[in-house]
Design a protein around this ligand. Structure first.
Ligand SMILES: [Zn+2]
Length: 185
């Protein structure tokens, strides 16, 4: 009997221990890689009621995904850059126009450089311009221009939240979620 209790006790210890390690690791990971999102970790003990560690981990990940999606974000006018960094025709091509200006890719490069490849919403740092998404502070349809103060740099996950929001969070394809699930073995 004692043996049995002991074995149960150890299984339980092991289970909690594994979740604790996972929890600490993920906490540090998201705070380092998504520094602008104020994640709340105060209410995680409830996941420990789940019997299976994998279920605990998945619930914890989904809890963070929910916080990532629901993080309150407001689009505001972005920084200017030194005039020397712009080019001939920059001003004229900045004017509101439903057609993208021919120098838009150059504008994207400049915004990526201006923001040090950092997502404006979550603070994650992107490795390449091809990973970046962009949106406008004031939409072009609403009279916004292509001047770089009106262009916001977003990571792909934040772009999904800002521009492709779905009521059912499971339908949202987020690299943020994929990355966290990679840590569940
Ligand atoms: Zn982001």
């Amino acid at each position: 009997m004692i043996k049995k209790i002991k074995s149960l006790f150890f299984i339980n210890e092991e289970k909690i221990d594994k979740f604790e390690i996972f929890f600490d690791f993920i906490k540090k990971y998201v705070q380092k890689n998504y520094p602008k999102i104020n994640f709340d970790f105060s209410n995680i003990n409830r996941f420990k009621n789940e019997l299976k560690v994998d279920v605990q981990k998945s619930l914890f990940v989904e809890y963070l995904v929910k916080q990532f999606i629901e993080f309150d974000y407001k689009k505001i006018t972005q920084n200017s850059v030194k005039r020397e960094l712009t080019w001939e025709g920059y001003g004229v091509n900045s004017l509101p126009n439903l057609r993208l200006p021919h120098d838009f890719s150059r504008r994207k490069e400049l915004v990526f450089y201006r923001d040090k490849s950092t997502c404006n919403r979550c603070g994650t740092v992107m490795e390449r311009l091809s990973q970046a998404s962009f949106c406008f502070v004031q939409e072009i349809e609403d009279g916004g221009g292509y001047n770089i103060e009106n262009i916001i740099l977003l990571c792909s996950s934040c772009n999904q939240v800002v521009n492709n929001f779905k009521e059912n969070y499971n339908e949202m394809e987020l690299i943020f979620r994929d990355k966290l699930y990679e840590f569940i073995s």
